[in-house]
Design a protein around this ligand. Structure first.
Ligand code: LLP
Length: 424
């Protein structure tokens, strides 16, 4: 696996060999497009691990889940809804792990009904599972006391995080497990999303310490997710070989200690799908506000929320429907959406500060593509401002497949009811 840095084009004509114009002709804008070849390549990058467990929260369309299942990837579910998605994509209960910090009542009932393996993020979950499924085996998700993410909102370790079982609470969990005849056979740590190798590496030592405390019942360890991908020119990939080696050494030490084989899982979301995804929008207005030049799109933060939530940076390219300008003539531009809210800006930094991006000149009717949008893109979209959620399209073996249709007016008001008017 290379650690090469990435470059991103500012002018784009096609996605995985499919002309952008042909995609828009068929599906309109805004539109999410995923390239299956990229997803396959990302799965192959991680084959050294015994098991790849996809954190489906990153992009949970059942077509993507189906294809990952066919590639031998199992799945993580964080809610009853995600369990249903996995089932709809053809997974059996053995391919699904329920990972959460709480059981809502629906999820607990489903876990019991299907006999799902649970990754417990709080001691209370051990107790609640013990009541409905005594004798079950579980994984513990342990908060090692430190964490790191691309934003404070995606840091899932340390005392400020609500996630996982505090590393000092292991004895209590062991006692609770004994009380309910529960076997702790897995140990999992996930310190945050979009972190770096330095922080990820610290997890190995922390996990080894906790594993020894739990003891010989452990047969699976999980490195969690969190692998970053480059979003900016010059950012590099984590060295996957090096990362695997670190985990493999930890695994081998535990195997020696325990005298049995240990299975090693990884649980990526972003890494598998981020770079496969593109959000294509149409430029609907070009205007100057004081010294700032704006491209306003037909996609907003209802379609891609990462910039407004985290100040996240997504590479941007333009598809020109007319003459294609030189890629050297770039102008500082602000890119925003159609929503009635000033925060509806794709080029913003954390804290909501509007930033500019060097982009080619473009006109109304040209397409603007927000790239590296496959992870936490569509799944975090909403109907805010009465907007339809976009269609999702998969490119596979040179074919375009619609894997989710654009919503309609009926979808927008589904389930809503007007009660009889009050009398008088
Ligand atoms: N495992 C667990 C227990 C998690 O909570 C997560 C992400 C993952 C795996 C996958 O992490 P990944 O490999 O994708 O970094 N909406 C945010 C990211 C939230 C991540 C939540 N948990 C964003 O757009 O950056």
């Amino acid at each position: 696996m290379s650690t090469a840095t990435n470059s991103f084009p500012v002018i784009r004509r096609e996605i995985s060999g499919m002309s952008i114009d042909s995609i828009v002709q068929k599906y309109g804008t805004p539109c999410y497009v995923y390239d299956m070849a990229t997803i396959k390549q990302k799965v192959n990058d991680l084959r050294a691990f015994d098991l790849i467990r996809y954190a489906q929260k990153a992009c949970s369309n059942i077509a993507i889940l189906d294809r990952l299942r066919r590639l031998g990837v199992v799945v993580d579910a964080v809610s009853a809804g995600e369990v249903h998605r996995a089932l709809a994509a053809g997974y059996g209960p053995e391919g699904i792990v329920y990972t959460a910090d709480v059981f809502d009542r629906e999820a607990l009932a489903l876990v019991k009904k299907l006999g799902l393996h649970v990754n417990c993020g709080s001691p209370d979950m051990i107790e609640q599972l013990g009541q409905v499924q005594p004798g079950a085996s579980v994984t513990l998700r342990v908060n090692p006391g430190f964490g790191h993410g691309h934003s404070q909102k995606t840091n899932t370790g340390g005392p400020q995080s609500k996630h996982g079982i505090w590393h000092g609470d292991i004895d209590r969990c062991l006692r609770l497990a004994d009380l309910h005849n529960i076997v702790i056979d897995g140990l999992h740590m996930h310190i945050g999303s979009g972190t770096d190798l330095e922080h990820l590496s610290q997890v190995c030592d922390a996990l080894e310490r906790v594993a020894k405390q739990i003891g010989r019942t452990i047969t699976t360890i999980s490195a969690g997710g969190g692998l970053p991908v480059p979003y900016r020119v010059g950012q590099s990939y984590v060295d996957i070989d090096k990362y695997f080696q670190l985990w493999d050494q930890t695994r081998k030490r535990l195997e020696k200690d325990f005298g049995h084989a240990i299975r090693m899982e990884i649980e990526p979301g972003r890494y598998l799908v981020a770079e496969s995804g593109y959000l294509i929008a149409e430029i609907r207005a070009v205007k100057n506000m004081g010294e700032n030049r704006f491209y306003l799109l037909d996609a907003g933060f209802n379609d891609l929320a990462r910039p407004i939530l985290y100040g996240a940076y997504h590479p941007i390219s333009i598809y020109h429907r007319g003459a294609v300008p030189s890629a050297d003539a770039l102008f500082d531009t602000v890119v925003g959406g159609p929503l009635c809210e000033s925060g509806d800006i794709f080029t913003q930094e954390e804290g909501g500060f509007v930033a500019k991006r060097a982009l080619p000149p473009a006109s109304i009717g040209d397409y603007l593509i927000l790239e590296v949008a496959g992870a936490y893109g569509f799944v975090m979209s909403s109907n805010y401002n009465g907007r339809f959620r976009a269609p999702e399209v998969l490119i596979e073996d040179g074919q375009l497949h619609c894997i989710r249709e654009r919503e309609t007016f009926d979808d927008l008001i589904r389930g809503e009811k007007i009660p009889a008017a009050p009398i008088g």
